[in-house]
Write a protein that binds this ligand. Structure first.
Ligand code: DGL
Length: 270
């Protein structure tokens, strides 16, 4: 990482990684950001490891060319299926969301048992299971494919979403995992559902958001004084998307929690 103000490249399959960007902006305001959402090719959560790795490497090369000095793979699916491939293909440090999330879950858990909710591809890779087991924990992974479309529909406080979440989580906190005391959010979209999820689990279960954990790890890697310093000039954030820029602005604002002015369209085949 060159000295001076860092440029952090954030990659996701679409809009969801904006929850990670939001956490990064809070923890590290004194940096510039490039956000790439591969909206033309989402969802990644139902694709094969080979396809996700190919897409993720293309996006990482794009972000490096734009000047990113460090890459954050905000997409849980891309981290689970392709982190090593992306690291091998990149010449800058690459940070994924799984180890930070697993580390925070391990610090938070007394029962040493966690439930992880994620996309089908992330669950199929068992990346969270391995990361938690290596920290001496037991984990139950649960694919929740209906939650991403519900969040994208804006139904974050909808009765249907609450019912769907209740069914998924009743199935998860069972079969020896009744005593799990951590719910690890292994998908970019789930932080928007925190209040719904909190309502359908035992009140003592701690929700661990891998977006927040990742932002803290990035701050550590960049050196904590940077994160502690006040912003000396306005944070520059550039957005790139492979599909409609209008849709990115509209949907993205929900994930980022603020309006998005300018989005550049990118065609990675060009
Ligand atoms: N970004 C993906 C993840 O965190 C969710 C959306 C998708 O399937 O592309 O796993």
């Amino acid at each position: 990482m060159p000295p001076g103000r860092p440029t952090i490249g954030v990659f996701d399959s679409g809009f969801g990684g904006l929850t990670v960007l939001k956490a990064l902006l809070e923890v590290i305001p004194n940096a510039d950001y490039l956000y790439f959402g591969d909206t033309a090719r989402l969802p990644y959560g139902s694709k094969s490891a080979e396809t996700v790795a190919k897409y993720a490497v293309e996006a990482s090369h794009f972000l490096e060319k734009q000047g990113a000095g460090v890459l954050v793979i905000a997409c849980n699916t891309a981290t689970a299926l392709a982190l090593d491939t992306i690291r091998r293909a990149s010449s800058v440090p690459v940070i994924g969301v799984i180890d930070p999330g697993a580390e925070q879950a391990s610090s938070a858990s007394k029962a040493r048992k966690a439930v992880v909710i994620a996309t089908e591809a992330t669950v199929g890779s068992h990346a969270y299971l391995k990361a938690l087991e290596s920290r001496g924990m037991e984990a139950k992974e649960k694919a929740c494919p209906l939650l991403v479309p519900l969040v994208e529909e804006g139904w974050v406080e909808h009765a249907v979403t609450e019912q769907v979440a209740r069914i998924y989580l009743q199935e998860s906190f069972a079969g020896g995992f009744e005593s799990a005391d951590v719910l690890l959010l292994g998908c970019t979209h789930y932080p928007l559902l925190k209040s719904v999820l909190q309502r359908v689990i035992r009140p003592d279960v701690i929700i661990v958001d891998s977006a927040e954990s990742t932002a803290l790890v990035v701050a550590q890697q960049l050196g904590s004084p940077l994160a502690a310093q006040p912003t000396d000039s306005a944070t520059k954030v550039q957005f790139f998307a492979t599909d409609s820029v209008e849709k990115f602005r509209r949907l993205g604002a929900r994930f980022l929690g603020r309006s998005i002015e300018e989005v550049k369209h990118v065609d990675l085949r060009e």
